[in-house]
Design a binder for this molecule. Structure first.
Ligand code: NCD
Length: 298
């Protein structure tokens, strides 16, 4: 049984295989009944648009069905049921479980009690591995993953997409620029791990000082919901924003990615520049999740 919990569990060849499979699904030449008769549970205990809907779309395109719970309030967790009991029960109804949960480590815990594969769709400030796969896929559409300069901008402290992506990039020959407002830098343990994996990590506070060196800029939202209080959120809110002016003098091949939703990190005027790839990136969620689901349940 294959759980998909953290990018740490992947080797480079696993990622390359999934990206290759995603390309095949995107090309359209696949069996539309590949997952016919299979049922996927979507347990989303935090808000979601892209992740939830692209998993559902991927499942539908492969002939399968989804059943879902959309909030803690609407589930028996509101009555005091533990996550362990919930996933034990849900395992009896479905062939795999996609779980989003506000607590870091929730997906790992669920995988210990589930009797079907668990896919982590975001565990608090932890990891978001399926997002990383579509991020890598989108980079690969424009350039090779080796020998590039990648900047990850924003909330590197709480951002799970930033954590997963940084891990994944350490499997490739990438120079990483960590660009964060003061106090929102990558957790020390993560930086230590990345360096141990041979990755160069350079720290910056101002994206304008480094953007001209980059091939990829991955922009993230400040994770307001993870801050201990609103005051500390407002101290850093709106501290960076990519505008057409910020892009003056950048490499022609620079691509801008964002897992979305954006709040005010990217001026909508940037959307029509040749650098913007974030809407294409969100579309790539479907073939990438088709590849993942077919691997887990096929
Ligand atoms: C991200 C998440 O939930 O971590 N969204 C997504 O899945 N595309 C990013 C975010 O919420 O900022």
């Amino acid at each position: 049984m294959r759980h998909i919990i953290s990018i740490r569990d992947f080797e480079r060849r696993d990622l390359d295989h999934l990206l290759h499979r995603a390309g095949e699904f995107a090309g359209g030449g696949f069996d539309r009944d590949l997952l016919a008769g299979k049922i996927l549970s979507l347990l989303f205990f935090e808000p979601s648009t892209r992740t939830r809907m692209s998993f559902a779309s991927a499942m539908a395109r492969l002939g399968g069905t989804c059943i879902s719970v959309d909030s803690m309030e609407a589930s028996s967790i509101a009555k005091g049921e533990t996550l362990a009991d919930t996933v034990r029960v849900v395992s009896g109804y479905t062939d795999a479980i996609v779980l989003r949960h506000p607590k870091e480590g929730a997906a790992r815990l669920a995988s210990e009690f589930a009797t079907v594969p668990v896919i982590n769709a975001g565990d608090g400030a932890g990891q978001h591995p399926s997002q990383t796969l579509l991020d890598l896929y989108t980079i690969k559409q424009s350039m090779d993953l080796d020998g590039i300069e990648v900047g990850i901008l924003g909330d590197l402290r709480y951002g799970r997409t930033a954590h997963s992506l940084a891990y994944a990039l350490s499997l490739y020959d990438v120079n990483l620029h960590a660009i964060a407002p003061k106090g929102l830098e990558f957790p020390e343990g993560l930086v230590h791990e990345l360096k141990g994996r041979g990755m160069e990590v350079r720290n910056h506070h101002d994206v304008r000082k480094v953007i001209r060196d980059l091939d990829v800029l991955y922009i993230t939202r400040i994770q307001k919901e993870r801050f201990p209080d609103l005051g500390s959120y407002y101290d850093v809110a709106s501290s960076y924003r990519i505008t057409p002016e910020t892009l003056q003098g950048v490499k022609d091949r620079l691509i801008l990615l964002h897992p979305l939703p954006r709040v005010d990190e990217i001026d909508p005027a940037v959307d029509s520049t040749p650098h913007a790839r974030y809407f294409e990136q969100s579309r790539n969620g479907v073939p990438v999740r088709m590849a993942l689901l077919s691997e887990v349940m096929g």
